[in-house]
Design a protein around this ligand. Structure first.
Ligand SMILES: Cc1cc2nc3c(=O)[nH]c(=O)nc-3n(C[C@H](O)[C@H](O)[C@H](O)COP(=O)(O)OP(=O)(O)OC[C@H]3O[C@@H](n4cnc5c(N)ncnc54)[C@H](O)[C@@H]3O)c2cc1C
Length: 346
């Protein structure tokens, strides 16, 4: 069988991968996508799209409105003793990630046949990607295969956080519920999705904990029936982004590059924006070989890197023994509470 040849290969069809694909399509680049799963595939996620994510989706002309399950503009901020409601100007859009990712990929599949699903990448060497089914030759590869993908060989991501979740059916929550005092190094949440809610918690440090017990306690505090068998967990690479995201002709993006907010756990925005920028610089490089891939990509990512560095600094203060004091302080004044929410979800 003849080896398939592409100018660019995108590994992974999550938000980072599809954002890159949209840019490559717009630039008429000869590319393909490979994902180990066949879509729709289950993706563990609270499914909150912030204003930042929505802006990139709009810029890339993705249709996402039809898979938005709920729009939330009120946060219920709970501690064991107090509850405050806070309205935010820009709503968070709630999606079911399995549905959202499939919907995005369908839009790509409408424009190219070169999407290979159910193929796990097992090796990348000498410009050749080997999967369990085939071999592909490439000039550039965009590594968008998430935190647990093959690209760990290059990224060597350490210090990941962890998250657990359950989907609870037949709930009609109107608002987002957040509890910062359920655990020290993260927070617990209820994210509504119309007829069901995602209830979970994320820890953004590499500290072992009894996640199931913490989630059970949060469920009990919120009158949610807890079924241990339903709990699913997944790592969140919130330990800091990879400084060397460009390795020769490979660019790490999204979770594969550790691009996750270490306070809120937001990763969809960073996946979309890094996928977009990686594809822009690769398209430019294909037209002009003088383009410095590393410099161009890092230049475009400066703003994201600055925000994530600032968030990392803030997370060290917030997720520390000072946390309970800071929460008490924020609860004493609505303006301080608003400032706190702004810092976390900026
Ligand atoms: C519990 C939880 C809740 C979260 N909630 C939110 C939230 O509300 N809002 C938010 O913004 N972010 C949230 N995040 C973070 C967000 O889910 C990620 O940051 C985002 O999915 C990263 O996108 P990605 O495209 O980089 O990777 P992924 O979405 O992980 O996509 C990677 C793709 O690569 C494929 N792949 C992996 N290995 C291989 C291989 N060897 N060969 C081929 N394909 C491969 C996978 O099948 C997958 O489809 C949450 C994360 C967790 C775990």
């Amino acid at each position: 069988m003849r080896m398939k040849k592409f100018d660019v290969i995108i590994m992974g069809c999550g938000p980072a991968g599809v954002a890159a694909a949209k840019v490559l399509l717009n630039n008429n680049v000869n590319f393909c996508m490979i994902d180990k799963e066949t879509f729709p595939r289950k993706k563990l996620c609270a499914g909150g799209l912030t204003d930042k994510s929505i802006r990139v989706l709009d810029e890339l002309e993705f249709e996402y409105q039809s898979v938005v399950r709920q729009e939330c503009s009120t946060f219920k901020l709970k501690t064991k003793r107090k509850m405050r409601s806070l309205d935010v100007k820009r709503s968070i859009l709630m999606v079911d990630r399995t549905e959202f990712d499939n919907h995005n990929l369908e839009q790509i599949k409408g424009q190219t046949k070169n999407v290979f699903e159910g193929e796990i990448v097992t090796d990348i060497e000498n410009n050749i990607i080997t999967t369990n089914k085939d071999k592909y030759e490439y000039k550039y590869v965009i590594l968008a295969d998430g935190v647990n993908g093959y690209s760990r060989v290059f990224s060597k991501i350490k210090n990941v956080g962890y998250s657990v979740e359950i989907d609870v059916q037949e709930r009609n929550d109107e608002d987002i519920t957040i509890s910062f005092d359920t655990l020290r190094d993260g927070y617990a949440w209820i994210f509504p999705k119309g007829n069901y809610s995602t209830i979970g918690l994320g820890k953004f440090k590499n500290v072992k904990d009894d996640y199931k017990k913490l989630l059970k306690d949060f469920c009990l505090d919120n009158d949610v029936e807890f079924d241990e068998k339903m709990v699913r967990g997944f790592p969140i690479p919130a330990g800091g982004y990879i400084k060397k995201a460009v390795v020769d002709n490979k660019i790490l993006v999204g979770d594969a590059a550790g691009l996750v907010d270490p306070i809120s756990g937001e990763g969809i925005y960073y996946a979309l924006v890094s996928g977009k920028y990686a594809a822009e610089v690769v398209s430019k490089k294909l037209k002009n070989n003088k383009v410095d891939l590393k410099r161009e990509y890092n230049g475009k990512m400066v703003k994201s890197h600055l925000i994530l560095s600032y968030k990392r600094f803030t997370s060290r203060i917030f997720y520390s023994p000072l946390k309970h004091f800071l929460i008490r302080l924020a609860y004493s004044n609505k303006l301080l509470l608003r400032l706190g929410v702004f810092i976390v979800f900026l």
